[in-house]
Write a protein that binds this ligand. Structure first.
Ligand SMILES: *Cc1c(COP(=O)(O)O)cnc(C)c1O
Length: 802
């Protein structure tokens, strides 16, 4: 953008006045932030309008990314970078005596997601805009995002994330684009002019109000839209009668019940609870989204039979899978298409991404619940299922078991993954390994039936947030070395390779890392009062807490180091800081116990003067995008240690790699591709392979007690867990039982020895600073392959514009 410093200064001061009737002297930092955000948003408007006009005029196919979660993080700096005005704005503010960083600190991040899946959706939006692809988000404007985490006495405490408290300057409420979403009621069928017609009556109407957020493309004029829906009552639904009669609570009861739909994000993405409110949320944003897409499409005046040529809907995991039935409903009930035509259009419109093979995460809804809440949608799914099962019966000679496995409705359940697969023309996994597991194990039946539908799209991350924004020092160093092409095309990072044996360059790389470590240490001191030695190795595991991600393996190894060090204070051990950051789902008992264990072990080790800071354990509270942006650039070791076959892709692994950390990981998810990319000598791999894991599962697991008896280290650690060494006796009983009584479902003990060896290797490698920095550089150089720009280009080529 062509903006001068003087222009910005003048615009900014006017903005303060027009918003708050305040001048600079009187305004608070909060108001100064809001004014700046409003101004930056306004700067995007011209491009936004032009983009929309261009799409309309050129009839560009529109991609709609439907996702229950968008983990956006803060937007101010990102938008400044993407508009190309960060430096000039900083200078303008400097002149006015305002520090840009201070305003950025005031912003509350939009934490409308749990973890990887929601962050992926946010990275994809950023990439689609940067690549000038007409791709938009469709989701829910939760009033409360993912809870804020505090640690008290070592336990996780959850607090509401009131992110909208000061308003959200990046959105525009568009009441005129509201739609009605219908819940409940009953359905009957009649014959209308010779046409078999469904009638839906007696339903409740919920008003879906869209809030649009501009998604600003980097180095392009494109501005796309993230549309987030909020549930409201239609004004005439206010119970005025009760209100007049003085029954104020009753009068607002209905309002609260409706608003509850977009009230709060479910804080768990790994276990399926089958809750009614969740089903309401899913249908709410899907129906609102599809209706609004249809409305826009109809305005174009094009034939409804060409819908799929102008619209693609992408289903991010199964949460939006009802989009299949909702589009069928609109095409059949409102556009009067034949079932066959509607089905062809629908399947050509929809594409589905699978994110997990963990059975406890696979969504299914009780038939009775769906019938009651979404009677018309249920009858549509029934018909899709009836026709699909008929096809299967014909094809498989009435093989009832197979048909039952593949059916959408079975045993009183509606299976969302099956609906998504049957209703889409494309089904993709999120890493090579994950896609292979889908094709040859989990979704084998479907892959045999629809071999052409399955494809892989390895996840990616946007280098604009995870390198340019999060790590400006590294960005500058890289620019000096290889020029600025990588800013636009992250594949250019590969040119860094020519410095891999350049000692002086590697020293500078080390210095950048050291500065980032200092910054993170400073952050921990300020926020949690914890001192970290910047000369220790920063060994980081930051991600949601889940048994399969195996934070437990990490902390058991720390305990082992502690034990070994006390036995032999002369042991060969460089100073290490083990940094953990993770939220546990509030109802996930074991995960919360693991947080407590990490903190109890930390408490003991950090206060043991004998250890003398050779080992330190730190828990960084409230892992979110903003914290990730500070923590990841400081990391030297990236812990990616999930049980092989369990982590579909991971994206944290890519962020760490791009910032020069060395991956210590299993051959799981995208780690496999990182391994292929950097080569054996630039990554540390340990543990069982996914094949071995899957074979164990097929044969009923293994006997963890045997390991407990055989490996003296494990005997000691587990006894310490049990006997009150770290916390009063009984505190870690569940962990002990999980590992031994319940046979260690995620092979923590099984991989322990191999993991300890891997850490020894790290300790050894780190001593050779040249060697280590060389590894770090090679990781950065090869990280362009994991840019989400790359991923999005493949979605476009193979799925949306095929
Ligand atoms: C990237 C990211 C994740 C995903 O991390 P994984 O290690 O892939 O599970 C989760 N939370 C936040 C805040 C992230 O930025």
């Amino acid at each position: 953008m062509n903006l001068t410093k003087e222009q910005i200064k003048s615009d900014y001061q006017k903005k303060l006045i027009s918003l708050f009737a305040e001048d600079l002297e009187e305004s608070s930092v909060l108001h100064q932030y809001i004014a700046l955000a409003e101004l930056v948003k306004e700067y995007s408007f011209e491009r936004w309008m032009k983009t929309n006009k261009r799409y309309k005029k050129e009839g560009t196919k529109q991609i709609y990314y439907f996702s229950m979660e968008f983990l956006l993080g803060k937007l101010l700096e990102n938008n400044l970078i993407n508009l190309g005005i960060k430096e000039v704005v900083r200078e303008a503010l400097d002149d006015l005596g305002i520090r840009l960083e201070e305003l950025e600190n005031v912003e509350r991040e939009a934490g409308l997601g749990n973890g990887g899946l929601g962050r992926l959706a946010a990275c994809f939006l950023d990439s689609m805009a940067a690549l000038s692809i007409a791709g938009h988000g469709n989701g829910i404007r939760y009033k409360y995002g993912l809870f804020k985490q505090k640690i008290r006495d070592g336990y996780q405490v959850e607090m509401p994330d009131d992110w909208l408290r000061h308003g959200y300057p990046w959105e525009i409420r568009r009441i005129d684009k509201s739609v009605i979403v219908k819940f409940g009621g009953y359905v009957y069928f009649t014959n209308e002019n010779g046409r078999f017609t469904a009638k839906h009556e007696g339903y409740e109407e919920v008003l879906a109000v869209p809030y649009d957020v501009p998604i600003i493309g980097y180095g392009t004029e494109t501005v796309n839209t993230l549309r987030l829906w909020s549930a409201e009552v239609k004004s005439r639904d206010f119970d005025f009668e009760s209100f007049s009669a003085g029954e104020y609570t009753k009068a607002v009861e209905h309002k609260y019940s409706v608003e509850s739909i977009s009230q709060v994000l479910y804080p768990d993405d790994t276990t399926e609870k089958g809750k009614l409110l969740r089903l309401k949320q899913e249908y709410f944003f899907v129906s609102a989204g599809v209706q609004s897409i249809m409305r826009t499409f109809k305005k174009s005046g094009r034939s409804i039979y060409d819908f799929h040529k102008y619209v693609a809907i992408h289903i991010n995991d199964t949460h939006p899978a009802l989009a299949v039935a909702e589009l069928m409903r609109i095409l059949v009930d409102e556009e009067y298409l034949s079932w066959e035509d509607a089905w062809e259009i629908t399947t050509k419109t929809m594409a589905y991404t699978n994110h997990t093979i963990m059975s406890e995460a696979l969504e299914k809804w009780p038939v009775d619940m769906m019938k009651k809440l979404l009677p018309r949608i249920y009858t549509i799914i029934e018909e899709i299922n009836r026709r699909f099962c008929q096809e299967l019966m014909d094809r498989y000679n009435n093989d009832w078991n197979k048909v039952d496995r593949m059916a959408i409705i079975s045993g009183g359940w509606v299976k969302m993954a099956n609906l998504a697969i049957v209703g889409s023309h494309s089904v993709n996994g999120v890493s090579k390994l994950h896609t292979d597991i889908l094709k040859y194990q989990e979704l084998k039946d479907f892959h045999e039936y629809y071999p052409g539908k399955f494809n892989n799209k390895t996840n990616g991350i946007t280098h604009r947030r995870w390198l340019i924004k999060a790590n400006p020092e590294l960005t500058n160093l890289i620019s000096e070395a290889i020029g600025c092409d990588f800013l636009k095309n992250p594949r250019e990072l590969i040119n860094l390779e020519k410095y891999k044996d350049d000692k002086s360059f590697l020293d500078r790389l080390e210095k950048v890392k050291y500065n980032n470590k200092l910054k993170f240490a400073d952050y921990m001191k300020k926020t949690q009062g914890i001192k970290i030695d910047p000369n220790s190795i920063f060994d980081v595991q930051a991600k949601r807490l889940h048994a399969y991600k195996r934070q437990l393996l990490n902390i058991l190894h720390v305990i082992n180091l502690y034990n070994e060090f006390l036995d032999n204070p002369n042991m060969d051990l460089l100073p290490h800081t083990f940094i953990f950051s993770a939220k546990a789902a509030p109802g996930y008992y074991l995960a919360k116990k693991i947080i407590k264990l990490i903190n109890s072990v930390g408490e003991k080790i950090n206060n043991d003067i004998r250890v003398n800071d050779r080992i330190k354990v730190v828990f960084a509270e409230n892992y979110n995008v903003s914290l990730a942006e500070k923590l990841i650039p400081s990391a030297e070791v990236s812990e990616q240690i999930s049980t092989a076959s369990k982590e579909a892709s991971g994206t944290g692994n890519m962020k760490f790699m791009m910032n020069g950390a060395i991956t210590l990981g299993t051959l799981d998810g995208a780690n496999v591709e990182i391994y292929e990319e950097v080569g054996d000598e630039n990554i540390i791999i340990f543990g069982m392979t996914s094949e071995e894991v899957i074979n164990y599962y097929k044969n009923g697991g293994y006997h963890s007690w045997d390991l407990y008896y055989q490996d003296r280290r494990l005997t000691r650690i587990l006894n310490e867990l049990d006997d009150g060494y770290f916390a009063p006796r009984g505190e870690f009983k569940e962990i002990f039982n999980h590992l031994l009584t319940y046979n260690d479902e995620f092979f923590v003990l099984k991989d322990f020895a191999s993991y300890c060896d891997a850490h020894k290797k790290i300790n050894e490698l780190y001593k050779d600073r040249f060697r280590w920095n060389r590894m770090s550089l090679i990781n950065i150089a090869h990280s362009g392959r994991f840019s989400s720009d790359n991923t999005i280009l493949e979605y476009a080529k193979d799925i949306w514009f095929k």
